[in-house]
Design a protein around this ligand. Structure first.
Ligand code: MN
Length: 501
């Protein structure tokens, strides 16, 4: 994955010529200080690049067009230090194709009580300058994030960081491709979707590839490469005796390594950000890829099983958003419930494909039969997810729009060991409780596949959905089922109307 500090947010300050050149010099100096503080903030993972103070329409339009054309630029931060009559922003903002964050701040934290005069007031008037800009953005119906507070406030910097992580994922979707091996699982509805509309709205391209082309690369792996990869497995995991070199089933681990080498080679040859496969189409592969998928996910690839390209895209987006953060992101499926006396829990897992970035400890590398697919027993990593607050998110195709659904949860340790469960798993308590959360999820048509991530919050996904112009529904501790059901009805109406004729 691309390091986020190779990407840029441009810091654009609005003003006008009314105040004279000396004032504009001070505005420029203040902007430089703020941009440098954000650039240096540990909460903001991208570079923040200062742009010259904007004082007329032509310069604003040119900057927005430059931002559109600059590959490294993922969006703009705008701030009106003084008053910047907003008609001059119309052409620029209408031309801007990248996300923007309106930072409503001011240079000084506090009012200098003893010395404040009208010169100071005229220099430091973001409190109303930003409202003029806000009107124009609202009048143009532009999606944007508004962040309010002093620029040195850690909470403000954190919020800017959240938005910029979402903008990085937006850019990743706009420049990435998803490879599909095989089709969707037959007869399944929720994994279907309009791939043309997805490319138009969400940005990524989705294309199918023959499993035979993958098999060719898998079979081309050399013994030396396989030896080296098996060594790596022995270092990284607790490998069961039967899979270790000389063990009864060592050949199965070598098959797993061969699949990983081929899959990796295939994905690295293209601009692929994510991939899907299906147990119904494995012609020429010895096993359903388990370990290989788990390790590729750990390296940043999105993944969706059974042809689920939308969840593959969500896993990737959340991996980009949480780059450099420790919690991890995985493909996941709501599997089984525990209606317990201390609260109801969800046991999430999949047949094999859970990402070890969410593991609580060193994963076990094991082999067990798989009851579907009709192939050899697949090798897989087995572990429990570490505890902590997380979100489970999906994107569905409602026919007239894409809908993101976000569930806020707390991952908890399993109450007891699960010695006979041969897959990696997570247990979580959904907020506010399972009854409300699952009812809301089902009313919203959320999928059984999700992306489970620890450092991504609803704020990331709300920003992200706004950038793509899609719906975003959040189920959290404040959710009331009746109000949520009403929100679904209103959203239907809104999204029909917002599309126009
Ligand atoms: Mn599944």
């Amino acid at each position: 994955m691309q390091p986020l500090d190779t990407l840029e947010v441009w810091f654009a300050t609005g003003s006008q010529h009314l105040y004279g050149p000396e004032t504009l010099d001070i505005v420029a100096a203040h902007s430089a200080r703020i941009a440098a503080a954000l650039d240096g903030s540990g909460s903001v993972p991208v570079r923040v690049v200062l742009k010259p103070v904007l004082t007329e329409a032509d310069g604003i339009r040119r900057l927005c067009q430059e931002a559109n054309a600059a590959d490294a630029c993922i969006g703009l931060i705008t701030w009106m230090h003084t008053f910047s009559p907003a008609k001059m922003w119309i052409a620029g903002l209408e031309a801007l194709q990248k996300p923007f964050l309106h930072l409503h701040t001011q240079y000084d934290r506090e009012i200098p009580w003893a010395t404040i005069d009208m010169d100071f007031m005229n220099l430091n008037q973001a409190a109303h300058g930003d409202r003029e800009f806000g009107f124009l953005a609202a009048r143009l119906r532009l999606e944007r994030t508004v962040v309010v507070g002093h620029w040195g406030d850690p909470e403000v910097q954190e919020r800017v960081g959240t938005w910029s992580r979402a903008a990085c994922a937006r850019r990743d979707w706009e420049t990435g491709q998803i490879a599909r091996f095989g089709e969707n699982m037959r007869n399944v509805a929720v994994t279907e979707g309009d791939k043309v509309e997805a490319q138009r709205r969400l940005g990524f391209g989705i294309n199918g590839y023959g499993v035979g082309d993958l098999v060719e690369l898998v079979d081309a792996s050399t013994d030396v490469e396989i030896d080296r990869l098996v060594e790596r497995y022995l270092d990284d995991y607790e490998v069961v005796a039967e899979l270790r070199p000389g063990g009864d089933r060592a050949a199965s681990l070598r098959d797993g390594a061969r699949i990983e080498l081929g899959l990796r080679r295939f994905l690295e040859a293209g601009p692929f950000i994510a991939f899907t496969d299906t147990f119904e189409d494995l012609h020429g592969l010895t096993q359903l890829p388990g370990l290989a998928v788990q390790r590729l996910m750990a390296d940043g690839y999105g993944f969706g099983a059974e042809g689920d390209w939308k969840t593959a895209a969500m896993v990737r987006a959340m991996k980009v958003m949480s780059t450099g953060l420790p919690g991890g992101v995985s493909f996941m499926e709501d599997y089984t419930y525990h209606f317990g006396p201390d609260g109801d829990l969800i046991l999430g897992a999949h047949m094999l494909e859970v990402c070890p970035t969410i593991a609580a400890g060193k994963p076990l590398l094991e082999i067990h039969p798989l009851s579907i697919g009709g192939k050899a027993d697949p090798v897989r990593l087995v572990f429990d997810a570490h505890p902590g607050p997380a979100i489970a998110a999906c994107v569905t195709d409602m026919g007239d729009r894409f809908r993101m659904v976000v569930s806020v949860v707390d991952v908890v340790p399993p109450e007891q060991p699960l010695p006979r469960l041969p897959v990696a798993r997570a247990m979580w308590k959904p907020r506010p409780d399972l009854k409300t959360n699952a009812a809301a999820w089902i009313l919203a048509g959320g999928s059984h596949h999700t992306s489970l991530g620890f450092d991504v919050t609803p704020a990331h996904l709300r920003d992200f959905a706004a950038m793509a112009g899609t719906e975003c529904l959040v189920i959290d501790e404040a959710t009331r089922l009746e109000a949520f059901a009403d929100q679904l009805r209103w959203n239907d109406l809104y999204h029909h109307l917002a599309k126009g004729i």
